[in-house]
Design a binder for this molecule. Structure first.
Ligand SMILES: Cc1cc2nc3c(=O)[nH]c(=O)nc-3n(C[C@H](O)[C@H](O)[C@H](O)COP(=O)(O)OP(=O)(O)OC[C@H]3O[C@@H](n4cnc5c(N)ncnc54)[C@H](O)[C@@H]3O)c2cc1C
Length: 454
């Protein structure tokens, strides 16, 4: 039998034990990680991703990897997911770039470079490279700094995404178009990864709830030029050309390809990206100036003079000092009326031809009559304005507050945002970076919400 003193000390001890247990229980219950891992049924959260493209899948996988209990559903309007990944890079998928030689992101992201600079601290090209290799997609960097799957086949990336989505239990609803955010009222988080929309109407449902839209227009296109003599040079490449739109700051350098409809190649695609909005505003009626050598007038004049002195008796058409293709050289020489001239005739002392040839080599102008029909590398300039999202999370600043509710929370990733890059893997890098940041933001938010509500 306990005496009175022993009985009250046992009671005190029991009280302390129970208090300790209660406090431990409260700490455990309020630990969101514990709740998430051991009581997922208490507070399962749901994320809807609108668009089963590059950004949508990358976002879904990264979110599920962080929060396995999150229910993640991708809604894709068409029967095929990842359709652009499949055709990208000529079926090889140029999935990122080494960024070697990129000194300012504005060089590669004409729209969105400031935001990309900020977000790439979270997930850059090195992180993307590492991510793909860790998920079973070995990559290779080409001499031109473009990164491709080692298999040289975009299906390696598609298979990786589908396998991971399946393994992680991500639901993929094909042929399910979302027309309004109201359809997703049951979800806690909604991510818009619907890609570029070249027509503003495609973004009307986002504009209707208050988001600002930067007028969409195409980027990365070739130039249609109605010049039959030029078309005859189809397939000719000038390796180091500079193209510019006279009277503007828009200029780009790189290989220039002559096609049966006009001008193409990296230099033109880059210029079309830099000047995308300018050209759209002019309905693709503009002048383009070609510097076939990327050298200034003085350099070209000096080289021509030296060359002419050395080869006075030879025909200008038959000898070309700059390593241009002989077809292109002949075309240029004939254009300045020197098809049958000898090099001696262009010397300054003879007063003929030098200025015309220098001018043509450094400032050969053509009238652009439209956008090329080739859609090999087509992205949208414009989209959801970056002023409508918080820069560190990519969450909408507008929705759901504009509707007077508190959920679902809305995020954006990929080309639907007003971010676009030149060719070379920069557009996919933007998709990976923005999708990663959204996945991370939602994961952090979901932990906060659970801590509050569980
Ligand atoms: C021919 C071609 C080649 C390219 N090659 C390269 C390359 O090599 N390297 C590179 O970096 N970039 C390349 N790009 C650009 C790159 O493909 C895009 O920038 C990238 O796919 C954007 O990813 P995204 O997920 O934002 O959009 P998308 O990949 O376009 O995906 C958006 C998805 O959303 C779906 N969707 C749209 N609206 C709805 C809706 N309301 N409801 C449900 N689903 C919807 C669409 O059907 C689509 O599947 C290429 C583009 C083209 C056209």
């Amino acid at each position: 039998m306990l005496n009175v003193n022993e009985f009250s000390s046992a009671k005190i001890q029991l009280f302390f034990q129970l208090t300790k247990l209660y406090l431990l229980f409260r700490i455990i219950l309020h630990s969101s990680l514990f709740t998430l891992h051991f009581f997922p049924y208490l507070c399962t959260m749901k994320t809807a991703i609108i668009g089963g493209g590059a950004a949508g899948f990358f976002l879904a996988i990264n979110l599920k990897e962080r929060i396995p209990e999150m229910q993640v559903t991708i809604f894709e309007r068409s029967r095929r997911v990842l359709a652009k990944v499949e055709i990208s890079g000529g079926g090889r998928c140029n999935c990122t770039n080494s960024f070697a030689g990129v000194t300012n992101l504005k060089q590669v992201y004409p729209r969105g470079h400031r935001l990309m600079k900020r977000l790439m601290h979270e997930f850059d090209h090195r992180a993307a490279y590492e991510w793909f290799e860790r998920h079973g997609v070995p990559l290779v960097t080409q001499d031109d700094e473009c990164v491709f799957p080692f298999s040289q086949d975009s299906h390696t990336i598609i298979n990786c995404f589908l396998r991971e989505a399946n393994r992680l239990g991500i639901s993929v609803q094909r042929e399910h178009r979302i027309n309004s955010l109201d359809e997703l009222a049951d979800f806690d988080f909604v991510c818009v990864t619907t890609g570029g929309s070249p027509r503003r109407e495609g973004l009307a449902w986002l504009e209707a709830v208050g988001h600002e839209i930067e007028q969409p227009c195409p980027s990365l296109f070739t130039f249609q030029i109605n010049d039959e003599a030029l078309h005859e040079l189809m397939g000719t490449v000038a390796e180091t050309a500079t193209v510019q739109i006279p009277g503007t700051k828009f200029r780009a350098s790189g290989p220039l390809l002559i096609t049966h409809w006009g001008l193409s190649g990296p230099a033109i695609l880059k210029l079309s990206s830099y000047a995308a909005r300018h050209l759209a505003e002019r309905n693709y009626q503009e002048t383009v100036s070609v510097n076939w050598l990327s050298q200034n007038e003085e350099q070209v004049r000096a080289e021509l003079t030296v060359f002419a002195r050395e080869h006075e008796a030879k025909l200008v058409a038959s000898l070309n000092p700059f390593g241009l293709s002989s077809r292109l050289w002949l075309y240029l020489v004939e254009k300045v009326g020197m098809g049958i001239s000898r090099w001696a005739e262009i010397l300054p002392t003879s007063g003929r031809g030098l200025n015309r040839l220098v001018n043509l080599l450094t400032n050969d102008t053509y009238i652009i009559s439209g956008r090329g029909v080739n859609k090999d590398e087509f992205v949208t300039c414009g989209g959801v304005s970056l002023s409508s999202v918080y820069p560190s999370t990519l969450e909408s600043r507008i929705y759901p507050q504009s509707q007077g509710t508190s959920s679902p929370r809305l995020f954006f990733a990929g080309e639907v945002l007003d971010i676009d890059g030149i060719t070379g893997g920069f557009n996919f890098q933007a998709a990976w970076t923005t999708a990663y940041v959204v996945a991370k933001s939602i994961a952090a938010e979901s932990l906060n919400v659970k801590q509050f509500s569980c």
